[in-house]
Design a protein around this ligand. Sequence first.
Ligand code: ADP
Length: 508
Amino acid sequence: MTAVVAIDIGTTSAKAATYDEGGREHGVAEVGYPLAEPEPGQAVQDPGAVVQAAVEAARRTAGAAAAAGLDVAGISCSGAMHALVAVGAGDRPITPVLTWADQRATPQAERLRDAHPELHARTGTPLHPMSPLAKLAWFAEHDPATAAAARRWCGVKELVLHRLTGAWLTEPSTASGTGLLRLDTGRWDAEALALAGIGPEQLCELVPTTHTTPLTTEAAREIGLAPGTPVVAGAGDGPLANVGVGAVQPGIAACSIGTSGALRLVVDRPAVDPHHRAFCYALTPGRWVVGGAINNGGIVLRWAGSALAPDLGPHPEAALLELAAQAPPGSEALIMLPYLLSERAPHWSALPRGAYVGLTRAHGRPHLVRAALEGVCQQLALVLAGLRDAGHEVHEIRATGGFARSALWRQMLCDALDAPLGFPRGRRGSCRGAALLGLVALGALDDLDRAADLVTIGERLRPEPSAARVYAAMLPTFAALYEALAPAFRTLRDLGPGPGAAPAASRP
Ligand code: ADP
């Protein structure tokens, strides 16, 4: 049976699995690498370790596929978006990979936001430190020697594609997360390149997401596949997460809460929110993905465990959820702003901090824990409200991520979003999405709509009306607190960055 090896290059690991024509998953492999924080606020990876992990994960799943008698017809890749690495002479990386979580370019992003707000509308990428445009501006200002030595700038998937094929290729999906690509023409934006201080010849060649390039003999030997096996260019992990859960038609959103979180919707033309709340990235010709990512997802539960319940031990998730279940929806009018890490959607600002608002003596630990989880859900509800406000209809949401292990948190999200939630079977949405895109590219599936038919939904939830009413009543106050507390956030920032201002780095 024809199959495709999918590789998903993530923030802390490369995952690979083989998928057959029916979308069934075989031989899952995962190889980790450190996310380091050499300076506060930085979040970098070793490019060599990332590429080697991707090759090793592919080798393991290819071995499992061979043992299962599957005929691997191609390789397809998903890559973490917004990564930036400089490549020097001899095609060697000369910087670490600056991941989406690296915040060093915060001042550059803020300046770009003030001086060139129109760039968000033109490129679809929020003017945020995650954006490679802001990172390039940082290099031009703080490390001109590296900027001068860089023959090329690219992301992680480009490094892996180069290792597999010998070619420096990118595609509109990953490129649309750089802040350097025009959404209307699908070509590099001359003004953005000028602000970044680079020329188009320093970027990878743009090819369609379904473009294939032969696997080199050397890479074929390493992975254990035939030389010349087609390598599909693939796409960014965010847009591919929608493909992986079958949310590729207008009206069906994908929502995830893992370490971070996101809510995304496929639309049939580029659509940029005039209020700059949402991103818009390309997927395939005729499909774009709009939405927002949040930094404060599962890490909020982890914080609740260490700060509020150290007595519950090192893996307190289930016990924390039991505590949360003791408080009612709305936590008796207690709001938690979950901005423990600088937040992304819908404000895209490094300013906010976390807060509990509405505390009384009647609130106990269950309320504090529940309000924290509700804060994560309400932030996603704000992202959804922004999409609807920008004219996008959403009538169904497919949810994935580690949060779904808890029945309480699943229903809480359903009630906060006040929309039917479906939980697709299987994890690894981006990896599955890469595989489905690969099957389309290789001609084994007609298009992404047929690919979506292969996704099966396990549990389906409907909002519980009384809880949904409570969350809807609290959402405007949750939203307004961001503006109301901005002066306090500013004062607190001036008093000090606070401990652990950067994302959870150094996770193996
Ligand atoms: P990643 O985004 O890193 O792939 P996952 O999708 O596995 O991560 O989600 C990890 C998150 O899942 C953790 O941060 C934690 O908040 C949450 N989680 C882990 N166990 C449970 C549980 N039993 N109930 C609810 N949430 C959980």
